[in-house]
Ligand binder design. Structure first.
Ligand SMILES: Cc1cc2nc3c(=O)[nH]c(=O)nc-3n(C[C@H](O)[C@H](O)[C@H](O)COP(=O)(O)OP(=O)(O)OC[C@H]3O[C@@H](n4cnc5c(N)ncnc54)[C@H](O)[C@@H]3O)c2cc1C
Ligand code: SF4
Length: 483
């Protein structure tokens, strides 16, 4: 039995999607293309919108009481959750980042493999494979990189030694995208063809299984257990009984449900992977206009930085080539003098951006408490080294990227608000001997035996590389091993 928020794309938006998907991108009218993008451009600050809809993100005030302006994380009550919006970048955690974890890399490895069997993963075997042996890429098919990215990847392959001197490895991005990408460039607006993987897709397969009971709209308020089994109480007050509960409501809702359900610790600490955007200009000339033709706008390349003097953990960067946000952002920020606008649009065609992520040890934390009205109250646990670490990482990467012909602007690094990476969790971290506020190796919070927390909340920490594949692998491990 799966209880779920279950919100869906509104019928009007779904009809628009189907109309777009019925035609090859070359057949789209320019106005249809512009209309598909427009709602995303008009989204408010911090609001993530896809398919012209807000169905997949709850407003901050739905979950939080007095949400602070610096807090970038949001919850979802959609069918498929935030995977309706995500960037689909996938990597396992590097084994070196699992050192000291109560769950060993060898124990997680088979579950990465199991997830990689049903999750479509695009990409190819390249230099990154040495760092991430738990996601072998042989036999996978890459999405054709955009021309700027293809040139960058070609240069990275030629200059692996120069990169290695800076502790950097670069390879093609791995994306959870089904084969057949139409290179329509709408990735940041909702894939009209539904090729970017979403939990909705897995759910549709599960629903075809006999005995699988999906209950959209059954919002969970709290959980409990007794000698006979586990009990879920819905917002309606209805109680449902079962043998055990696997809780994966996204880290905010999971925290809220756990805090409402137990008399234990009144506060949990959420750990974040802090991120920032590093702008870079490529020195090589464009052979073709990067804003014309067919291309995708998901992350194009991954760069991993290992710098032991700076951190024992990997720094992860996702590199984007031209997308329609580049000229808009440049003109919005610097285009007050109209004569500059064409210049800025031209500059945008040389722009590439690295989204840099830090390990949670170097990032701010966030405290979560239950407010009297049942929502969460969030506080900032400031890490004094975060900004300096991110700037140092940007400078290191900038030096390495310069060997590829990229002129980086570390002084223009845009540091994003805590939580806004959505690479967040470890609020009930697994531990060999869990205390209050921790869970055991099967995700059971201290004192519980039938409740398994299987989303990012039970990860012991948040390494810098992408989070979702590891959350899925850990959930698969717990579900496989649960009594
Ligand atoms: C813009 C964006 C880009 C991202 N890009 C990437 C990326 O490139 N790579 C990556 O690894 N990660 C990325 N992420 C993060 C990724 O989307 C999340 O890690 C992932 O979706 C978390 O999955 P989850 O199932 O744990 O939680 P969610 O996606 O939050 O899903 C929660 C589920 O629980 C249900 N639910 C919630 N509350 C209740 C309740 N009270 N009762 C019943 N059901 C409930 C919801 O309906 C939903 O089905 C991105 C996120 C965003 C927003
Ligand atoms: S380019 Fe992006 S939006 Fe277009 S088909 Fe490929 S994945 Fe989907």
């Amino acid at each position: 039995m799966m209880l779920d928020g279950g919100r869906d794309l509104e019928p009007g938006a779904e009809n628009r999607r189907q109309t777009m998907a019925a035609t090859d991108p070359d057949g789209w009218e320019p106005a249809a293309r512009a209309d598909w993008m427009k709602p995303q451009f008009t989204a408010g600050p911090g609001q993530i919108r896809r398919y012209g809809s807000d169905f997949a993100v709850e407003p901050a005030t739905a979950i939080l009481c007095d949400p602070p302006s610096w807090f970038g994380l949001r919850a979802s009550r959609a069918r498929g959750g935030l995977s309706n919006l995500w960037g689909s970048a996938v990597l396992p955690y590097a084994r070196s980042d699992l050192t000291g974890w109560p769950v060993r890399a060898e124990e997680l490895a088979p579950h990465y493999r199991a997830v990689a069997e049903f999750l479509p993963i695009s990409g190819r075997a390249d230099a990154l494979e040495m760092l991430f042996p738990d996601l072998p890429m042989t036999g996978r098919v890459p999405i054709q990189p955009a021309p700027q990215a293809a040139e960058l990847l070609r240069r990275a392959e030629d200059r692996t030694d120069a990169l290695a001197k800076h502790g950097v490895v670069i390879g093609m991005a791995r994306q959870a995208v089904a084969p057949g990408c139409r290179l329509c460039g709408m990735c940041l607006h909702g894939c009209p063809y539904g090729l970017i993987w979403s939990g909705r897709h897995a759910l549709a397969q599960l629903q075809a299984l006999p005995g699988f009971d999906y209950r959209p709209g059954d919002i969970v308020r709290s959980v409990a257990e007794d000698v006979d089994g586990a009990i879920v109480t819905l917002e309606t007050g209805q109680e449902l009984r079962g043998d055990r509960i696997f809780l994966a409501a996204g880290v905010l809702e999971t925290a809220r449900i756990v805090l409402r359900s137990q008399s234990g610790p009144g506060e949990l600490t959420l750990r974040d992977s802090q991120h920032g955007f590093l702008p870079m200009l490529h020195r090589w000339p464009n052979r073709t206009r990067p804003d014309r033709g067919r291309f995708h706008t998901l992350p194009q390349a991954f760069a991993e930085l290992r710098a032991a003097d700076m951190s024992p953990h990997l720094v992860h960067a996702q590199i984007y080539s031209w997308n329609e946000h580049f000229p808009r952002d440049l003109v919005d920020n610097y285009g007050r003098v109209p004569i500059l606008v064409p210049l800025l649009r031209g500059l945008a065609r040389r722009l590439m951006v690295a989204q840099i992520f830090l390990h949670s040890d170097h990032s701010h934390g966030m405290t979560l408490q239950l407010a009297p009205d049942g929502r969460l109250k969030v506080g900032l646990q400031r890490n004094p080294e975060t900004d300096a670490k991110l700037r140092a990482a940007a400078r290191r990467l900038a030096k390495a990227f310069s060997a590829l012909g990229l002129f980086s602007l570390p002084q223009a690094l845009r540091i994003e608000p805590p939580g806004s990476s959505f690479h967040v969790g470890a609020s009930l971290p697994m531990h060999h001997a869990p205390q209050a506020g921790q869970s055991d190796l099967l995700g059971r919070p201290h004192g519980w035996s039938r409740l398994h927390v299987v989303d990012a909340s039970s990860l012991p920490a948040i390494p810098a590389t992408t989070i979702t594949l590891s959350v899925m692998a850990n959930a698969h491990r717990i579900a496989t091993n649960a009594p």
